[in-house]
Design a protein around this ligand. Structure first.
Ligand code: DGL
Length: 259
């Protein structure tokens, strides 16, 4: 079992930002990544729809023999993780916005969070925010349109810049010193965000933490791959392969799959 792949899925290409952290920390692990671009954005869907889509992705990854699942999507995690863990016996790692570290480190007592509607309206997100942010102000912003622009390869477009300007303004005006990226697509916007934000504002996401947690869970279940051979890194998408390749490079196995 330990030589089997880690299965990773997202509502599209965004979760590759998590895959990169996983591959960096666990370079000998085989991985299978599913980009469910056809159904993006998940952030605009109901909880029930998100659960159904997440199960479809996990069923496919399990049919390919995956030993552990990483839900590389904040929206799917915050809406579905409990049901998924109750349904499947393999370990399942999720990702949530890094509210806690931002809340602990803020000096201005004000942080910003950019995430999808699905994440910001979820019970799990509310529970986490209630737990860690009672002493500070949290400026929440739904990133309407950002995931769709990234999915259509328009990361560097004028439209993207215009939307980001609108979304950041209330946060900057409120004097945030931390911006939490609560969607796995958004790390691809860091160059634009750095250009638009005042220098003292720090950007944080949960990518590294997910990789560290995945390693710990693999160790705990004796599932770390003992092989030191070059791993098999596979990517499947039901959307644009071109956009996916533009984010991960051309060296990997990328295949179209209708799921
Ligand atoms: N990458 C997903 C997330 O982390 C994007 C959700 C969406 O498709 O709207 O939330």
């Amino acid at each position: 079992m330990s030589t089997q792949a880690i299965g990773i899925f997202d509502s599209g290409v965004g979760g590759t930002s998590i895959w990169k952290e996983l591959n960096l920390l666990l370079p000998h692990e085989n991985t299978i990544y599913l980009a469910d671009s056809k159904h993006a954005p998940y952030g605009e869907k109901t909880k029930e729809e998100i659960i159904t889509l997440s199960k479809k992705n996990i069923d496919l990854l399990l049919s390919k023999g995956c030993k552990l699942i990483v839900v590389a999507c904040n929206t799917a995690t915050t809406n579905a993780i409990k049901v998924l863990r109750d349904t499947y016996s393999v370990p399942i790692i999720g990702i949530e916005p890094a509210i806690k570290p931002a809340a602990l480190q803020t000096k201005t007592k004000t942080i910003g969070i950019l995430a999808t509607k699905g994440t910001l309206s979820s019970e799990l997100f509310h529970r986490t925010t209630d737990l860690f942010t009672s002493h500070i102000k949290v400026i929440e912003q739904v990133g309407v349109g950002l995931v769709s622009l990234i999915e259509s390869g328009e990361i560097n477009s004028e439209e993207m810049k215009a939307l980001l300007k609108i979304y950041l303004k209330p946060m900057v005006d409120a004097n945030i010193d931390y911006l939490v990226l609560g969607c796995t697509h958004y790390p691809y916007l860091i160059p634009q965000l750095l250009e638009l934000l005042p220098k003292h504002i720090k950007i944080i996401d949960s990518g590294k933490a997910v990789a560290v947690q995945t390693k710990a869970v693999l160790e705990q279940h004796h599932l770390l791959n003992p092989s030191l051979k070059k791993p098999k890194l596979q990517f499947y998408s039901n959307g644009s392969l071109e956009v996916l390749i533009s984010l991960i490079g051309e060296t990997y196995h990328v295949e179209y799959l209708n799921f």
